[in-house]
Design a protein around this ligand. Structure first.
Ligand SMILES: Nc1nc2c(c(=O)[nH]1)N(C=O)[C@@H](CNc1ccc(C(=O)N[C@@H](CCC(=O)O)C(=O)O)cc1)CN2
Ligand SMILES: Nc1nc2c(ncn2[C@@H]2O[C@H](COP(=O)(O)OP(=O)(O)OP(=O)(O)O)[C@@H](O)[C@H]2O)c(=O)[nH]1
Length: 438
């Protein structure tokens, strides 16, 4: 990427809108404004101008001289009427100025990253904020885009660098055993609590669940009311994001917004010792689906003797639901061991409790309320590598040289998290998540 380029792109979505924003960033921005609007307006003050001559439209112009802009470069915004024709004409007029080109997706965010305005976790938070569909996702993404993970990881890295400095100072005094021992003890006093913090952070999956949606599979014996329950939940909650057939014909999936948390609920074929081949295949798919869910909602008919889920599912997190409670509920001691939710898809009884339970598991209350959770596999991978190195530091009987090396490895993985070091290979994937104009 050449930073000499000046990039332009519409930053608002496709399709007619009242107003569209066209963003420009790079060294030719001032020249673009001179050509399109004449005199450059005062920094960061909206001015109403004719855009182009003869005028293509009349709109608001904003000028953000470097370094106080989103990208850190000279930037401008043209806020025009949001028709395809106006946007296209204005973008073309910008492109007619020498040294400008159309921005690829994520190009503005990439420049912000390269100019140190955002670290990689903030860029990821911004991508998530743009894609947020529920309230809890919004809170989590906003906090991350404003540096919640950045501060956490930078703090950890600073502690590690301190421990590393101690160890390396010790290496210089290798012949003086008491000095080497002393710095080793001091470094361990930093590393041990840090290791604990990383372990606790890794054990918490709420951030990933919230970002990706809690995957819940409704499974159970035939005729227990699984489809009715899915329909009842989908109707109860007005904010259905989408409804689509699953990857297999027999798995129906709905995306729900339960208390601000995204839940992907899949209905599956009834599970029993079936006869026909088709039924067996449906059951096989149901089981496969349930096995990679976060949670199995095992639905049984309250009037049936209690059915336990088949062995492969018993290992999962299972929430039991006794449906058709309108027909009567068996005495509590019959099902005390499974602590089921008692509900009726038909009357709606017990659905609120079910929604609360699911929202809880999806991490509803934690997001953005000061609770900081990792949100992506990329974070998990780097943190696991960092933790492994720290574990070797703490528990293995290593020479001081090797101990210092483990700290270097751990610090490098934390540095990769924020994008401070060698991340070239992940950048393409991260920035490609953005739409054009971001
Ligand atoms: N019109 C418009 N609205 C927008 C954006 C935008 O680019 N344009 N944003 C785009 O994402 C978001 C706001 N984020 C922004 C982040 C930083 C800066 C900025 O100019 N930062 C400078 C100056 C900071 C200051 O004066 O306090 C800097 O960081 O140096 C602007 C917008 C959402 N709304
Ligand atoms: N009384 C009562 N009937 C219910 C309730 N939920 C479902 N039913 C009825 O039970 C029958 C089976 O419901 P479904 O939702 O199709 O059951 P399913 O578990 O999806 O069935 P399969 O797809 O065959 O596994 C239907 O006749 C429903 O109307 C309930 O809460 N109360």
């Amino acid at each position: 990427m050449s930073v000499d380029d000046t990039i332009v792109a519409p930053a608002s979505g496709a399709g007619p809108s009242a107003v569209a924003v066209i963003r420009i960033s790079g060294p030719r921005t001032r020249a673009v404004l001179e050509v399109l609007v004449g005199r450059v307006p005062r920094p960061r003050q909206a001015s109403l101008r004719d855009i182009g001559s003869p005028a293509l439209d009349r709109g608001l112009v904003l000028w953000f001289p470097a370094p106080k802009s989103f990208t850190g470069e000279d930037m401008a915004e043209l806020q025009v009427h949001g028709s395809r024709a106006v946007v296209q004409a204005v973008v073309e007029a910008v492109l007619a100025v020498e040294g400008t080109r159309l921005a690829e997706p994520g190009a503005f965010a990439r420049r912000a990253f390269e100019n140190g305005k955002l670290d990689l976790t903030e860029v990821e938070g911004l991508a998530d904020l743009i894609n947020a569909e529920t309230e809890a996702q919004r809170r989590q993404a906003l906090a991350q885009s404003e540096g919640s993970l950045r501060r956490l990881y930078e703090g950890w890295r600073a502690e590690l660098l301190q421990a590393q400095a101690l160890m390396e100072a010790g290496l210089d005094f290798a012949d003086e055993a008491d000095v080497a021992l002393d710095v080793g003890v001091k470094a361990s006093a930093i590393v041990a609590p840090l290791l604990q913090s990383i372990e606790a952070h890794l054990a918490d999956r709420s951030g990933e669940r919230l970002r990706d949606g809690l995957r819940v599979v409704i499974a159970g014996p035939p005729n227990a009311g699984k489809s009715s329950l899915l329909n009842a939940l989908a109707k109860r909650d007005a904010a259905i994001v989408s409804e689509e057939a699953g990857t297999t014909r027999d798995v129906i999936e709905v995306h729900l917004d339960l208390g601000g948390c995204p839940v992907i609920l899949a209905d599956t074929a009834g599970i029993r010792a079936g006869r026909g081949e088709v039924e067996q295949e449906g059951i096989r798919r149901a089981l496969a689906r349930a096995e990679d869910a976060d949670l199995v909602l095992w639905v049984i008919d309250a009037t049936d003797p209690v059915w336990a889920p088949p062995a492969p599912l018993a290992a999962k997190d299972v929430v039991f639901a006794l449906n058709k409670s309108d027909w009567g509920v068996p005495p509590a001691h019959n099902h005390a061991a499974i602590n089921p939710l008692i509900l009726s898809a038909k009357t709606g009884a017990g659905l609120e409790a079910l929604i609360d339970r699911l929202a809880d598991l999806a991490g509803a209350e934690s997001a953005g309320s000061g609770h900081i959770s990792l949100t992506r596999t990329r974070h998990r991978t780097e943190l696991v590598s960092s933790r492994d190195a720290l574990q070797r530091f703490v528990s293995h009987d290593l020479s001081p040289e090797l101990k210092a090396e483990e700290l270097r490895i751990a610090a490098r993985h934390l540095g990769r998290l924020t994008g401070l070091i060698d991340v070239e290979e992940v950048l393409g994937a991260i920035f490609a998540e953005f739409c054009i104009g971001k």
